[in-house]
Design a protein around this ligand. Structure first.
Ligand SMILES: Nc1ncnc2c1ncn2[C@@H]1O[C@H](COP(=O)(O)OP(=O)(O)OP(=O)(O)O)[C@@H](O)[C@H]1O
Length: 237
């Protein structure tokens, strides 16, 4: 078994030293429409195309149409979209308490899945942090991430969580919500940015085995994510 779970996009896998590392948590953050959900879906459906299962905790309202499009892009010639969708356990959550519960319940599936996606870890935190100044809720999100990390270690899973940005008034730069607390538990951190014309850039900000700062360019297409050389990711047999 590979040490990594593919993102479904070769250049992103290379940037990450092979993909999403098993036994660790990968954080993908960036501004709205940067491509975080597309990347998460691409990885989950790639797992499904490989014949394995993935758990997808969705706090944002996944588009079934988009899921179907990417599944079509990942499916091999002998696979249907339904084959892939059938290996995706989607847990839809509608508020913060449901998110907490869904993360807790991941333990029930851990033995039968290869990847857990939490998209997004901080959408509801963002709504709550004005009420409690972020303190308690942030500690709670961190507990969710450490719970997923312990499952990742125990069951050799990959975990991907997405995270949003806020603009730091001191530096005027957008940074990841949750700061050091969430970054500490992330074995790898990937920042996504979107540019005019739809081009996107992924920047490796933290990695166990690679220097930070490397980047790749990619685009979002009907099939999912493609590197800027325009090559489609290889389909499964
Ligand atoms: N079929 C497609 N072809 C090209 N681009 C697409 C396609 N489908 C979606 N997109 C692009 O993906 C963007 C949405 O990306 P995604 O949902 O992954 O962003 P995100 O980073 O998760 O954003 P948010 O933080 O708002 O959830 C759209 O704005 C659009 O630009």
């Amino acid at each position: 078994m590979s040490d990594h779970v593919s993102t479904g996009c070769d250049p992103l896998d290379e940037l990450l030293g092979g993909g999403l590392e098993r036994g660790a948590v990968t954080q993908v953050y960036g501004p709205p429409a940067a491509g975080k959900t597309n990347l998460a879906l691409s990885a989950a459906l790639d797992v499904a195309a490989g014949g394995d299962a993935a758990l997808y905790i969705d706090t944002e309202g996944l588009s079934p149409d988009r899921m179907e499009q990417i599944a079509r892009g990942r499916a091999g010639p002998n696979q249907t979209v339904d084959d892939l969708a059938g290996r995706l356990i989607v847990s839809e959550v509608f508020d913060y308490d449901e998110q907490t519960e869904a993360v807790q319940d991941t333990a029930e599936f851990a033995a039968e899945i290869e990847l857990v996606v939490l998209d997004s870890a901080t959408g509801f935190y963002r709504l709550r942090r004005d009420d409690d100044d972020g303190g308690e809720t942030l500690r709670d999100v961190a507990r969710q991430i450490t719970h997923l990390l312990s499952l990742a270690r125990k069951h050799d899973l990959a975990v991907l969580f997405t995270n949003q940005v806020f603009t730091d008034p001191d530096s005027d730069r957008s940074t990841a919500l949750g700061g050091h607390t969430l970054n500490h538990w992330s074995g790898a951190i990937l920042r996504l940015d979107r540019f005019r014309g739809g081009n996107r850039r992924a920047t490796l900000e933290k990695h166990r085995a690679k220097p930070a700062g490397d980047t790749v360019q990619f685009s979002i297409t009907d099939d999912g994510l493609v590197g800027d050389d325009g090559q489609q990711p290889p389909r499964r047999d």
